[in-house]
Design a protein. Structure first.
Length: 152
């Protein structure tokens, strides 16, 4: 479920090795990536091996916070299972975002679904999800650059 941050509860990353942030400033989060010294491939998340060549000389990097919307779809039905989104489901965008450092990633999008368009300039935003047991999890989504409101 999507709610306000539960006070006094540590915020955990939604997945280890995916994002870097400080408990005091979740707005400064960064996506993490892996850079292969053998083939120069960049992939999302921290990996022990290169997803492209199998190389082992991997360096963890911060990915760019800014990108451009390459393609997108609108999710109009509540995802199955233990979906942690808003209690009352609202359609949302799922975009293929090309980050400024060249990698393309799939990510949820924040904003009015009728405002999304290919070529839209986007910026990384924090997205706090609270589980049924009250644990805060930090995820991420992208919003149009210039939008000042940060929704948690």
């Amino acid at each position: 479920m999507l709610t306000d941050i539960k006070d006094g509860t540590e915020i955990l990353p939604v997945k280890d090795g995916l994002i870097e942030f400080s408990q005091e400033d979740i707005g400064g989060l960064h996506l993490l990536g892996s850079f292969c010294n053998a083939c120069n491939e960049v992939s999302m998340g921290t990996n022990a091996l290169c997803m492209n060549c199998g190389g082992k000389e991997i360096k963890t990097i911060r990915l760019s916070r800014d990108g451009v919307l390459w393609s997108y779809t609108i999710i109009r039905h509540r995802p199955p299972g233990d979906y942690l989104g808003e209690d009352e489901f609202k359609p949302f965008g799922l975009g293929l975002v090309e980050l400024d450092d060249g990698i393309k990633i799939m990510a949820p999008m924040e904003g009015a679904v009728d405002a999304f368009h290919i070529g839209m300039k986007l910026v990384l935003r924090p997205w706090v999800l609270v589980s049924k047991d009250g644990q805060n999890y930090l995820a991420f989504r992208y919003a149009e650059q210039g939008e000042l409101e940060v929704k948690c």
